[in-house]
Design a protein around this ligand. Sequence first.
Ligand SMILES: [Ca+2]
Ligand SMILES: [Ca+2]
Length: 153
Amino acid sequence: MRTVFALWIFIAACSGSALAQSSRDAGSRRSAGNDALVAWATVWGDVGRTGVFTCEEWKRYATKLFNDADKNRDGYLTAEEFGSIRKADPMLKNADIGYFDDNRDGRVSRSEFLDKPNLFFAKYDRKRECRVTFDTIMDVAAESEKARERPRR
Ligand SMILES: [Ca+2]
Ligand SMILES: [Ca+2]
């Protein structure tokens, strides 16, 4: 599990700047610690603009990403089809097909894509409710801020 999360962090770090621009809207509503994951979440979640992000919203978005990329509609993404996912979402622009291709058949099935954990929930969904509010995000951001301020010895 740890390597999975590490990769998502890597993806987040790589595309933070790309997202910073598209997330200006979210940032003006409330600062959330300049977290690329939060900026990304405003792309796929908080559909009702009530400050709530759910797994359901993520799955819906991921399904759309998958369907749009699956040009021949056979339920699998070839390496070439997977390329359109990289183009469609800045957060996934460095995504590796091998990361999703669990059974190593050279293509990504719908469930391989949809069942990958989303680091946003790993980080913010502390109670594992598949539901994250802006308040939770602020709490977690404040905590990590505190951790950063702790003097190093
Ligand atoms: Ca296909
Ligand atoms: Ca596969």
